[in-house]
Design a protein around this ligand. Structure first.
Ligand code: F6P
Length: 342
């Protein structure tokens, strides 16, 4: 069989490890051929593809990004999108499509599979770790490592100047990166999208930290919101899945903290650094196992399914179910880490 592979949405360390595992096992064990579609759903929409064989995937395991390119193209919003995808697959004799993506890319795969008879198998990815149905997504561990190292570094400069350092990390709907890196990095305040924050309380924690003669580190997820306000936007622009561009809450917080406490405050926005570069060992391990199980699902004709991590097992779940709701931080877990605030 000829199998198509695409990577959609924001890139994420470990995508290449999935592609490599899919191709290696698919060629070696099953004798499948592969077509790599370029730039997410734009590839099958526009018929743009690359050769994907064993030589093409050599050496890519530790490389960040994706050799296939990515985009946030939504084919359901394109004129004749479904027909154009089906035409491309027929023309290229592609009998199955492995879609590696987050909630948006996989949401499209679920609809194509369930409503339009396009045989898809999903592989979950996102540094935000906010997909339900899987314990972890690859990319998250790498992002947490990068953010933790940044927090460690910011502690020493914050202490030297006795100023507040606000660290803004990614996390649109879920505060997993903020929570894990904030805890691992010994932050004094962690703010997440799931719990609106009280700026007065944040300032009280900041002040109490100074009182103990230490400089506070505030870790904030880009989607976090003040109790009496709205999410801080970069500008009003939307992607084709209707998401606004975030980033700005860190800057807003530093200004408010400075104004209310009289203490000097600075902001570091980690941004896309969290998504770039080489994947951690855990992410390579998880991405590789997802790839191996995804090609097994294709080989068995188990379409409309997504591979997922449950404990240490890789299982299959319906893509539609897996993308139906997000995995957010449990209030109890957030309360648990609150003992370190202030
Ligand atoms: O993949 C999700 C994410 O990491 C979000 O946390 C963030 O809002 C978004 O990507 C930003 O991605 P881009 O700049 O590529 O639109």
């Amino acid at each position: 069989m000829r199998v198509g592979v695409l990577t959609g949405g924001g890139d994420c360390p470990g995508l290449n490890a999935v592609i490599r595992a899919v191709v290696r096992k698919g060629v070696q064990e099953y004798g499948h051929e592969f077509v790599g579609f370029r730039d997410g759903w734009r590839g099958p929409l526009e018929g743009r593809s690359i050769r994907l064989d064993i030589p093409a995937v050599r050496g890519i395991l530790p490389r960040g990004g994706t050799i296939l390119g990515s985009s946030r193209t939504n084919p359901l919003k394109e004129e004749d999108g479904i027909r154009r995808i089906k035409d491309t697959l027929a023309r290229q004799r592609v009998g199955a499509l492995i879609t590696i993506g987050g909630e948006d890319t996989l949401g499209v795969a679920a609809r194509l599979s369930d409503e339009y008879q396009v045989p898809c198998v999903g592989v979950p990815k996102t540094i935000d770790n906010d997909l339900s149905a899987t314990d972890y997504t690859f990319g998250f561990d790498t992002a947490v490592g990068i953010a933790t190292e940044a927090i460690d570094r910011l502690h020493t400069t914050a202490e030297s100047h006795m100023r507040v350092l606000v660290v803004e990390v990614m996390g649109r709907h879920a505060g997993w990166i903020a929570l894990h890196s904030g805890l691992a990095g010994g932050a004094n305040v962690i703010l997440i999208p799931e719990q609106r924050f009280d700026i007065e309380q944040v300032c009280a924690w900041v002040t109490s930290r100074f009182r103990a003669s230490y400089a506070p580190i505030v870790v904030v997820a880009e989607g976090a919101m003040p109790r009496d306000g709205d999410v801080v936007l970069k500008d009003g622009s939307l992607d084709s899945f209707g998401h606004v561009r975030l980033s700005g809450v860190g800057e807003w917080l530093a200004k408010e903290i400075e104004r209310r406490t009289g203490k000097e405050a600075r902001t570091t926005v980690l941004g896309h650094v969290q998504r770039g570069g080489t994947p951690s060992a855990f992410d390579r391990w998880l991405a590789t196992r997802f790839g191996l199980h995804a090609i097994d699902a294709v080989h068995e004709g188990d379409f409309g399914m997504m591979v997922a991590l449950r404990g240490t097992d890789i299982v299959r779940v319906p893509i539609a179910e897996a993308t139906a709701r997000l995995k957010t931080v449990d209030p109890e877990l957030y309360t648990e880490v609150g003992v370190f605030f202030g």
